[in-house]
Design a protein around this ligand. Structure first.
Ligand code: FA5
Length: 361
């Protein structure tokens, strides 16, 4: 009697499990056929009322059937879980992928890297110097006496030293400031990259050739071609017999590589306290090649920056003997070069944070 009931349950379970379509359905069948309130468990409870022989026989059968149904249920669950159901998964492979937003180097960094690559290919070293500088390295050592009008050429952001910033000014502080001033120890934001000339020469002996790119600061109102914070790159080549011809050759090579076309150069007399003689330096117009156009205001030439032969007073301030070495130096504006290369009309765009501008590079 009980045996028949068990066989019937088994058959019903086999059919039901076979027809189940989802994992949820199988879990339901597990409760229905083997759960605590199932008919099957009810039969097992009745075993206590039957004879020992029948108990043994039915018990064995019940165990075997239970294992069989359980195995079948587990197998079915596994099969259904691994079946790919496109509708259930709801992945539409035709939906366009989310576009990854990739950053890139700022145009000024790109230009600086380009400049460094060209000069290292010509055997130059890259030198570095501090942006917070003392008066000695920014002015005094560059042959700019305290009262020299040349200091006014570059309006300066002066910084208060720790001692004078922390205390109210006393007579003693004033005396200390005077002493600092005499020794050229007042501090400032460097007004040009020429401070690196002195820093480098203090620790190196000629011959050498370096460039020093970097950020500089000037206390001036901005317009489309002037910023208070901008970049220059200094060049300094020193040896026994470096001359203006060497300068012209290196400059012509650099600008032809930088603008990827044949560039002519021109120098005009100028004045810088740290060079003698001093030049203003022009290149042939990168747009018209010298014929005259709107980019060069029909001049055929574009102004690039200042240069000259290192003044012997500068060598002496850096610790070299007078008249032992000769060298040339220049300081060119990086933004101005970038503006020429990419035809950018306003220098303020570089630091505007405007992504429409930045993304073009
Ligand atoms: C100097 O700063 C000298 N130290 C350059 C030099 C070095 C001359 C070595 C001789 C030997 P000047 O102040 O002219 O010179 O600046 C050089 C270049 O920096 C300019 O030609 C220009 O390209 C750039 N520049 C100057 N002022 C600004 C500014 N406010 N904004 C952007 N670029 C500027």
């Amino acid at each position: 009697m009980l045996k028949e009931k068990i066989e019937k349950i088994k058959e019903a379970a086999l059919v039901a499990v076979e027809n189940a379509k989802t994992v949820e359905e199988v879990l339901q069948l597990e409760i229905q056929f083997l759960g605590r309130k199932s008919e099957f468990v009810g039969i097992l409870r009745q075993l206590k009322d039957v004879s020992p022989e029948e108990k043994k026989e039915v018990g064995q059968l019940a165990n075997a059937v239970k294992v069989e149904i359980q195995t079948l249920l587990d197998q079915k669950k596994k099969n259904l879980a691994s079946t790919f159901d496109a509708a259930a998964e709801k992945i539409d492979v035709t939906v366009p992928a989310v576009k990854l937003r990739r950053g890139h180097l700022h145009p000024l960094t790109q230009i600086q890297n380009e400049i460094e690559d060209i000069f290292t290919s010509m055997g130059f070293e890259i030198a570095d110097g501090p942006e917070v500088e003392d008066e000695f390295h920014n002015f005094d050592a560059l042959n700019m006496p305290k009262d020299h009008p040349a200091r006014d050429m570059q309006d300066t952001f002066w910084l208060r030293s720790q001692t004078s910033a922390d205390k109210t000014q006393t007579k003693a502080d004033n005396r200390q400031n005077d002493t600092e001033e005499k020794k050229g120890e007042r501090i400032l934001l460097r007004t040009h990259t020429s401070n690196v000339q002195i820093r480098y020469m203090e620790t190196h002996e000629p011959p050498f050739r370096i460039i020093a790119p970097g950020r500089i600061y000037r206390n001036e109102a901005g317009d489309s071609t002037h910023e208070h914070t901008f970049h220059q790159f200094e060049a300094l080549v020193v040896g026994d017999d470096i001359n203006v011809g060497n300068f012209k050759f290196v400059a012509q090579q650099f600008f032809s590589k930088f603008f990827k076309k044949d560039i002519q150069i021109r120098i005009r007399p100028s004045f810088f306290p740290f060079t003698e003689p001093s030049f203003e330096f022009d290149i042939s117009c990168t747009v018209c090649g010298g014929k005259g156009c709107s980019a060069c205001k029909n001049a055929g030439w574009l102004e690039i920056g200042g240069a000259g032969m290192v003044n012997q007073n500068v060598f002496v301030a850096a610790g070299y003997p007078r008249n032992k070495y000769q060298g040339f130096a220049w300081g060119f504006g990086v933004e101005r070069l970038a503006m020429m290369k990419y035809k950018i009309s306003d220098i303020r765009l570089f630091h505007s944070g405007d992504l429409r501008f930045i993304k073009q590079f």
